[in-house]
Write a protein that binds this ligand. Sequence first.
Ligand code: ACM
Ligand code: ZN
Length: 758
Amino acid sequence: MLSAQGNKWDVYRTIPLAQQINEIEAVPFILNSDSKIYYPKKNDNLKQIALFLSEYIGIANGLQIEISTESPKKNGIVLLDNFKNDNKEAYTLIVNQNQILINGASGSGTFYGIQLLRKVLLENETKSQIELPAVEITDYPRFAYRGMHLDVARHFASAEFVKKYIDLLALHNINTFHWHLTDDQGWRVEIKKYPKLTQIGAFRNETQVGKQVGVYDGKPHGGFYTQEQIKEVVAYAQKRFITTIPEIDLPGHMVAALASYPELGCAGEGYEVYKKWGVSDDVLCLGNEKTFTFLEDVFTELIPIFPAKFFHIGGDECPKKRWEKCPKCQTKITELGLKKDSKHSAEEKLQSYCMSRIEKFLNAKGKQVIGWDEILEGGIAPNATIMSWRSTQAGIEAVKQCHKAIMTPSSHVYFDYYQSTDAASEPLAIGGFTNLERVYSFEPIPNGLTEDERKLVIGAQANVWREYIKSDAQTEYMVLPRLAALSEVVWTNADKKNYGSFLNRLSDFLKIYDKLKYNYAKHILEVSPEYKVDTENGQLILSLKTSSKSPIYYTLDGSEPTLQSKKYSESIIINSAVTVKAAVISENYKSKIFTKKFEFNKATAKPIVLKNEPVDRYRFNGGKTLVDGRTGTTAFSTGDWIALYKDDFEATIDLKSLQQIKEVSMNTFTSPNDWIFGPKQFQVLISKDGINFTPVHSQDLKIAEKGDGPKITNLKAVFTEQEAKYVKIKAPIFEKIPEWHYSAGQPTFLFADEITIN
Ligand code: ACM
Ligand code: ZN
């Protein structure tokens, strides 16, 4: 049980790291088949926890441990729930020669205590007799709201899998399950008064294939939960001290409901369950009172089956296009006296009216509402809690308006995003880049808040949108081990967090995933690259890292690395085109192979200056990203591309000496769904002195059209060979998203990658 660097008490340093671990120099406790679990008579909560613990010990160590309400004897694990602490989820865990005492400030605290003990045992190799060092642990969560979300609308997940997911949440001390039950692509919860929601709305005829807009797989997809099944899942979660919050996403993301009851839409007909990804212009008609009757009826059926205090009512990504044209919606706007002002359109205020009206209905039934951050637009419903997803900014605004906030920024906790920069060897994901380290670095409380405002940030959550996550196994892969990082973000106080220590503990924690047979991502055991561009010496530097205890072997000739290949010890210097292949290899293990192709041309590793800075989120290595020898794929957020927003692209490359050149090219990426439209022009200018530039190429480019999917374009200038020391590329941005788009009129992004000069 001794870990390499630490001491014998490190067995208690698992994930999430407990707040306080006092190491006691005393005789240890021996857990064996004579041990018993004791709990007080007539305490059903603790009885259930005792049963869980007995089961956990059986799984971890194969010991059959009895539970008992007798007065505790030597060699017992004693469960209590009278620990005096204001935090009801707090517990103490005391181990001495005679007993293990787990005392919670309530049942939930005791439950987290047995989770810790369970993890200690699961990470342990010994079976029949386990020595546990004497210790006194005091532990409690930093945040009261520790959430995980699951989108079962885009792809259905069986109730069985949802239970397995809840098991995972319990293992990571998560206490809230946010169940995204409805969306454009499927309505997943039985509503008895509206049977067509599940007869029609729960099924779609076919589904878009990957990112190929307009290409469908021809295969029906669907499914839903009966109210009985929902009750069962909710009870299953409750037993594990997890609250299930249902989300009915309104008034957008409602196409499945419109397909079932077309009269609820502005057009009144012609809807089918959405079979592609992205945001639909078709939303609920708010000029029609039937819409409100419908929503109230739906919630009236959900209230008895979801005991949670919070109900999530969505509110995100609701285009206002249909309302602008709909006579009923416009009449409603007039009736309500909603007027455009400097901040909000009348239609935004109409959405706000809807959210407030539903909130009022739910408040009257004893429920509080949560909404995505868009519900701030047009005025927030009076008592709503904000779930801040586009950034933490909306959360900040919410707490400044004395509303509660839950932080779920896509920059750090979207588990549908790529978790590796090597997107090509990952399952197709929606995009983005949220690796383990990034999740771990997340701090839910933004700087600059007052003490009172800080208290209004009740916690954080990670979201698992499943457009591209089709199976149970893939869901586990996307969630693990990022959930371990989240667990520490929401549980452990910030001053106790340390990524290096986390990685150490995680390599033991992975044994738990192995024992429980979860399909987790193994990146930390594989080769993880770090790239540098050395413009001083005109070379690229590749460093390879791993958290595995085994070494890395690599090749530069395209062959598969083996134990006979070169063992990695120091950074690899690259000054010509090469393909690097590397893997972590031991006698009985070989990781996934890391492959990276580097191109080399006159621009590679040369000094480059950008006139305008890329946006923070897509800054990466700045201008050097364009001369780093690595060509980006359509996974545009993993570090190969930089992006400008509102600003023109202009780069100047210094070739360091006069060179004969005849060709300059640059890649641009366009993806209208992601607001990425490329440049409207591609100009190349050259110079001998860096002051006087001569244009050698200029071409105009067309903006993407409706239906265009993600695409990489190689912009290329070919001209008569001439001498130059400096090359300038100018590529002005399109100012506005075109009319046909759901975000027409907004600014665009311009993505740029590898510049080549030959
Ligand atoms: C969201 O990701 N649309 C909340
Ligand atoms: Zn309407």
